[in-house]
Write a protein that binds this ligand. Structure first.
Ligand SMILES: NC(=O)c1ccc[n+]([C@@H]2O[C@H](COP(=O)([O-])OP(=O)(O)OC[C@H]3O[C@@H](n4cnc5c(N)ncnc54)[C@H](OP(=O)(O)O)[C@@H]3O)[C@@H](O)[C@H]2O)c1
Length: 318
């Protein structure tokens, strides 16, 4: 649950921000190594990028919950998931992205945050995925209950489903303080025309869209438009849904990977995504603590720009 201090500040100050302020470090600057580390893990926290509509710093790597968090208590998979969130928070990460579409992923997330008492460390993003005003309201109330949250940070219209109706409700809920940010999501280039039209016509805090080494269409119009309109971008499916990693598995890392601080293909793919300055954060989905730590490592150190990737991306056989 949000702390009293978070209620006192409109942007909802979080632990990392408070620490930055206490240390006299500017928003957006990296914290000193170990400043946020828990349990002796002395690693630099994730880099952050500002959410354009508020300037709130957002750690550049988050966690997606599709498939990975759709597990029942008692299962071996479920047992691992507390470690995934611990790895996210230990790294200085915040964003957890879910949806009522993802089976019991919201419920799992709420259970784990409650058990660990870590709601205040999370930036909770979920979605509304239904038609009709009353149905949308009921579904969002259900998300609050499942996530066991007093406030959801970001509510997104999933795949633009009934977006006119749902965005109207989201604006009311934002004004009432139940949610802090509003946005839209999609996952396929065939919908980009509609996505672009909504981005142009509406005031949005966030766009969540697919972007990865093998799905780069968003570079052409959506990412420049997001930058122009001051819309934060969440990159979903950064591993192409996992297919990119499966194709690269077994191939040696290129020589330049070490130069940019990468020790895994996952880190290379995430640094590629973050090479787009319009992208605020990426949300790789995972159900494994070691993978979450691996992914978070991509958000530290060098983040090469698009010019670097123009030189090197073509050499990757995907
Ligand atoms: N329309 C929408 O709004 C929309 C659509 C699609 C996705 N999303 C969101 O975006 C998130 C990410 O997309 P996604 O989960 O579909 O695909 P993804 O992030 O591209 O890939 C996930 C796959 O990568 C594996 N993986 C993750 N980290 C790894 C690592 N370090 N090393 C090796 N394998 C790793 C995961 O397996 P393990 O579990 O074994 O780690 C999983 O199979 C979703 O979870 C969801 O929150 C939103």
């Amino acid at each position: 649950m949000p702390t009293p201090l978070m209620h006192a500040h409109p942007a909802g100050l979080r632990r990392a921000q408070l620490l930055r302020m206490a240390l006299g470090i500017s928003v957006g600057a990296a914290l000193p190594a170990g400043a946020l580390a828990q349990g002796g893990a002395a690693t630099a926290p994730l880099q952050t990028r500002p959410i354009p509509s508020s300037q709130e710093p957002m750690p550049v790597i988050g966690c997606g919950t599709w498939i990975g968090f759709d597990h029942r208590p008692g299962s071996a998979e479920y047992q691992r998931l507390a470690g995934v969130l611990k790895a996210l928070f230990d790294a200085g990460g915040q964003m957890i992205d879910s949806s009522p579409m993802y089976g019991r992923a919201e419920e799992t997330t709420g259970e784990l945050l409650s058990a660990a008492k870590t709601h205040e460390r999370a930036f909770l993003a979920t979605k509304v995925w239904t038609r009709g005003r009353a149905e949308g309201v009921a579904q969002m109330e259900q998300s609050f209950a499942r996530l066991r949250a007093a406030r959801i940070d970001l509510m997104q219209v999933h795949n633009l489903v009934d977006w006119r109706t749902q965005l109207a409700t989201l604006r009311e809920w934002k004004a009432a303080g139940r949610i802090r940010y509003i946005g839209i999501t999609h996952y396929t280039a065939s919908a980009y025309g509609d996505v672009e039209a909504v981005m142009r016509a509406q005031t949005l805090d966030f766009l969540q869209i697919n972007y990865s080494l093998d799905q780069r269409e968003a570079e052409k119009r959506l990412l420049p438009l997001a930058a122009e309109r001051g819309i934060a971008v969440i990159a979903n499916t950064p591993f192409g849904g996992g297919g990119l990693l499966r194709r690269l598995q077994g191939q040696p890392l290129p020589g330049w990977a070490a130069e940019i601080g990468c020790t895994s293909w996952a880190q290379v793919l995430l640094k590629f995504v973050l090479g787009q300055p319009a992208i605020t954060c990426a949300i790789p989905g995972t159900s494994r603590p070691a993978h979450m730590a691996d992914n978070a490592a991509a958000g530290r150190g060098t983040l090469p720009d698009a010019a670097f990737w123009r030189r090197h991306a073509a050499s990757l056989a995907v």
